[in-house]
Design a protein around this ligand. Structure first.
Ligand code: SF4
Ligand code: SF4
Length: 479
């Protein structure tokens, strides 16, 4: 996903096992926004630029040294885990200058007890990156998320400077400097109404022209009223609840586009890049097919442990919920650990499952999806129940398309073989088909693998789990 100027943020990691409301959270993730919504770009779909209006006129959008130190200290001390990950975002965090992050690293060293590892992730639009930034990132092993939406004509449509000129050239130049310094870099690509029809092209560009080996794709979903109405809150002027596309901004990805985009990328990836290119979405789905819990908040049963901290120390339930209704408090008044364990935040997390409509509870893909992110649940089910995810139709296209091959991959892994054997099998069958003049089938056109929900109905407890994990059904999807 990302939000800086780069709009929507990537889904955040969750901590396994799935959090339960009754236990205190001793591990959580926080996206830090030390420059608030301030950015040097003016991307059309940014969901964060308007947050400027939530603060008083004349607000200094810069995390003060006191708040910076309190945040770093509390974030490290508040978590009983061997590794604490800092995720810096904005707005555009490079606007703070390098000294802010040099001090951050010093403070991390000061507060990290022996045996605790500190890591840093940094989401940027890239346009200010130079030798000094990249040398710092390399020295301190920062993981960079670079926002790039594909080739120039696709990227520049929505990602531009305040004077309207495109940012693509600068982003590509930044990537070259990052690569020259050997900085670990992932692409973060927003899928919108334009790019949604160009999955293959975008993937080829990221892989072949840019050389990315780790990619994240985030669907742009913005309600028309998102600047003033928080997700889950009623807007009396919303209009006809059945007109889903009228509820969203014109650049919002259509649900089916999201499904087709992912499927198109999958078809390319599964033919030659398994084990070489890592796509967060596919890794997540494969884990699910293998019966493992979700590693990303949007596909987990519960969420609530991926918060956002603003420049002034205010802590919010999630970076997609930076609205007054979801402000938990300020770390100057109460510790982060206390705030993340408030009943409101626990409820925020468990509501992800508890508020699912019946339509989702009966869905064959429930255990891969869990209704995706609650911020996107603003349409009605076919029988008129509120709270269905806007992306549902696309999610179903994607899950139905990839689960047959994912099932085969899961089976290979369960039998101790690498998942890329599937790739070789597809290539071999295509060569045979081509040699005999047959039409080459799409990889996901294999017999459909039952999704997790369907498995429950079909398998007996001691049968091998049909997901291909190699475990008994009762120890896998039948639990
Ligand atoms: S609302 Fe929950 S699922 Fe959605 S992005 Fe936030 S933490 Fe993740
Ligand atoms: S695919 Fe659709 S119906 Fe199924 S769980 Fe996800 S949002 Fe709900």
């Amino acid at each position: 996903m990302s939000p800086e100027p780069q709009a929507p943020t990537a889904p955040k990691p969750v901590f396994l096992p799935d959090p339960q409301a009754h236990h205190p959270f001793t591990a959580f993730h926080t996206l830090a926004k030390p420059i608030g919504p301030i950015c040097n770009l003016d991307c059309t779909y940014c969901f964060y630029l308007h947050k400027e209006n939530f603060f008083p006129k004349g607000e200094q959008f810069r995390m003060s040294p006191d708040v910076q130190e309190a945040f770093i200290k509390q974030y490290i001390e508040g978590q009983d885990v061997p590794e604490v990950n800092f995720a810096w975002q904005g707005g555009e965090p490079t606007l703070l200058g390098l000294d802010f992050f040099k001090r951050a690293v010093e403070l991390q060293k000061k507060y990290a007890p022996a045996g605790k590892t500190i890591t840093n992730a940094f989401q940027t639009n890239g346009v200010l990156l130079d030798e000094a930034w990249c040398s710092f990132f390399k020295e301190h092993d920062f993981l960079i998320g670079l926002s790039i939406d594909g080739p120039k004509e696709l990227h520049d449509k929505y990602r531009f400077y305040k004077d309207g000129s495109g940012s693509h050239e600068k982003v590509v130049a930044a990537l070259k400097i990052l690569q020259k310094h050997g900085v670990r870099t992932n692409s973060l690509t927003c899928v919108n109404r334009l790019t949604g029809d160009h999955g293959r092209e975008v993937y080829h560009f990221l892989r072949d022209e840019c050389g990315f080996e780790h990619m994240q794709f985030i669907p742009i979903v913005e309600k028309r009223d998102f600047e003033t109405v928080a997700p889950g809150m009623k807007n009396p002027d919303e209009g006809d609840p059945r007109e889903d596309l009228l509820k969203v901004t014109p650049w919002t990805c259509k649900p089916e586009q999201w499904g087709r985009f992912l499927s198109a990328v999958f078809d390319e990836w599964v033919r030659r890049d398994v084990g070489k290119v890592f796509i967060q979405q596919f890794e997540q789905t494969l884990a699910c097919v293998m019966g493992l819990p979700a590693s990303l908040c949007v596909y987990s049963k519960h969420c609530g442990r991926a918060l956002a901290i603003e420049h002034d120390g205010s802590l919010y339930s999630c970076d997609h919920f930076v609205y007054d209704e979801y402000k938990l408090g300020n770390i100057k008044d109460r510790s982060m650990r206390e705030l993340v364990n408030t009943p409101e935040q626990k409820k925020f997390g468990t509501d992800k499952f508890d508020s699912l409509p019946r339509f989702c509870r009966r869905c064959d893909f429930l255990e891969m999806c869990y209704g995706e992110c609650p911020k996107n649940r603003f349409i009605e089910t076919p029988d008129g129940e509120a709270g269905l995810n806007y992306l549902c139709a696309g999610l179903k296209i994607y899950f139905a398309h990839v689960t047959p091959v994912m099932g085969l991959m899961a089976r290979e892994i369960a039998q101790g073989r690498p998942a890329d054997t599937v790739m070789h099998a597809i290539q071999a069958s295509e060569r045979i088909a081509a040699a005999s003049g047959q039409k080459v089938p799409e990889p996901a056109a294999a017999p459909a693998m039952p999704a997790a929900g369907a498995l429950k109905r079909d398998a007996r407890p001691n049968d091998p789990c049909p997901c291909g994990s190699g475990k008994k059904f009762k120890k896998c999807h039948g639990r």
